[in-house]
Design a protein around this ligand. Sequence first.
Ligand code: SF4
Length: 254
Amino acid sequence: MLFPSIVYGPIRSRRLGVSLGVNLMPTTAKLCSFDCVYCECGWNQPVSHPQLPTRQQVREALASNLSPFASSPQIDVITFSGNGEPTMHPDFLGIIQDTCALRDQYCPNAKVSVLSNSTQLGRQDVVEALRLCDNRILKLDSAIDSTMRLIDQPVNHQLTVAQVMEWLRIFDGDFTLQTCFLRGEYHGQVIDNTTPHELQAWFQAVDSLHPKQVMIYVIDRATPLQTLEKIPAEQMQAIAEPLRDKGIDVIVSV
Ligand code: SF4
């Protein structure tokens, strides 16, 4: 499923409420630094000259989509997500600055949120942009390298969990940690980030990062890898329970 425009919705998001979506990636193909086995946009496709929207095009599209909502509080959140990883856009910082200004003008109560896979946090401009947002929703699908690589298929094969965690620490806990739990098989390798061994490492990572919120979810739509299985709701609640016992705000989307 690809989003055919820069701005889409508003849609009712199971995790965020009424959301106006923003897609900074091409409208014809997914472009991402991960190639997650569960990605609702499908697998990465080779694109020789990806056409990204310009900062001005994004500003204009947002202004025309936000202005009708100026007098009614129908939008809870402006969400950067779309056909790939939004922070890969070279003008991400400027686009977030524009978005915050347009939000203040038209929908001052709406939050600005970014769903990100955390891979661009080594860039100072991306960190600066994310600090301007109300919600930084940052991915860590496993605290074990081999599982992270199996699930997320990073384009950079050198990426490690330790590196991602070091980047996440920049926010000193002021972010939402997002994790997709799933089971399946990929080229004969078992995928399961719900085993006791996996969860022990993941709980330790959560403890160490102390995010202000944890968002855990299951696959919801068609995935490019057909063998994936949805984790039952009771098991997801059981994963959330030890965190809630420690006072951590956990959102479970099943
Ligand atoms: S990070 Fe998001 S957009 Fe990128 S492959 Fe994974 S699910 Fe898809």
